[in-house]
Design a binder for this molecule. Structure first.
Ligand code: FMN
Ligand code: SF4
Ligand code: SF4
Length: 252
């Protein structure tokens, strides 16, 4: 079984690729949370995987929230994590592992895939140029068979990309980032054509159309899927996202 979260498709691609090779069932974390599915009947010899993007050198808060409630009927034989990030993930896997203790399990392995960056909500941070994004995707695809084999062999490996000052980034910057996450700065411009794409792509069902324009309802993880998928580039996050290139996995 693979539990995953993805806003813009990078992590979904990784989760689906691994599931296709291993025959695992996929569980989309926001859906499981909405349906209050926290108890899973895992066979004793089964493995369990988690896939999600790195948000400020940490696991997304909704993933932490879910894992705190997660319970297994039997202890899985092997527990692995695969993160996607634009560059590096600090000590996110350690923070995640600490949360897993509540579910009675510990990570045996952690894998890291560097994928195109999706974060546009801060000045100076934006998406990669198309060539760089493509290069990252090709490298990630090439890395997949090795990770799949390691999962099949139940190898104990910790393959994170930590970057500089990883503990500080995760424990200090990451912690304050998650308190600061808000959808308040999101707005739509007059380019909006009321197509409803932002409504359908939001993994948290946080957007409705009111008088033909998106309205955000305060349950946001800042995944930026709404910004990236708008066909008219009519969604902005204050001024920070203006002029930044849209990206989602599979775009163009
Ligand atoms: C809110 C937010 C915070 C992010 N923080 C980091 C980070 O700390 N380090 C990093 O390398 N990438 C960071 N990224 C980039 C994503 O981890 C990366 O693009 C990921 O592959 C997106 O996955 P998804 O397409 O499945 O949503 C961040 C992206 C978002 C939206
Ligand atoms: S995706 Fe863009 S154009 Fe479509 S409703 Fe949302 S803001 Fe408007
Ligand atoms: S409102 Fe936008 S940024 Fe927030 S969770 Fe939904 S799609 Fe992601």
């Amino acid at each position: 079984m693979i539990f995953y979260f993805s806003g813009c498709g990078n992590s979904r691609f990784i989760a689906e690729s691994i599931a296709q090779a291993t025959g695992d069932k996929l569980v989309f974390i926001p859906e499981a949370e909405r349906e209050h599915n926290f108890n899973y009947d895992i066979a004793e010899d089964e493995h369990v995987g988690f896939v999600f993007p790195i948000y400020s050198w940490s696991p997304p808060q909704l993933v932490v929230r879910f894992v705190r409630k997660l319970r297994f009927a039997h202890k899985p034989a092997y527990v692995w994590l695969a993160v996607t990030c634009g560059d590096n993930g600090g000590v996110a896997e350690k923070v995640f592992d600490e949360q897993l203790v509540r579910a009675g399990v510990q990570l045996n392995a952690a894998y890291c895939f560097v994928m195109p960056n999706t974060y546009v909500n801060m000045a100076g941070m934006g998406t990669d140029k198309p060539e760089k994004a493509q290069h990252k995707i090709e490298k990630a695809k090439a890395h997949l068979p090795e990770v799949i084999q390691n999962i099949r062999d139940r190898k104990s490996v910790m393959e994170m990309r930590r970057g500089l000052f990883p503990r500080f980034k995760t424990k200090v910057i990451g912690k304050s980032f998650h308190k600061w996450v808000s959808d308040e700065p999101f707005r739509s411009t007059d380019a909006c054509i009321s197509c409803g794409k932002c409504v359908s792509v939001c993994p948290l069902q946080n957007i409705t159309l009111e008088d033909g324009r998106p309205k955000w309802h305060g349950n946001c993880t800042n995944c930026d899927a709404c910004f990236h998928h708008c066909p008219k580039n009519a969604i902005q996050y204050g001024k920070a996202s203006v002029g930044k290139r849209q990206y989602y996995f599979g775009k163009d």
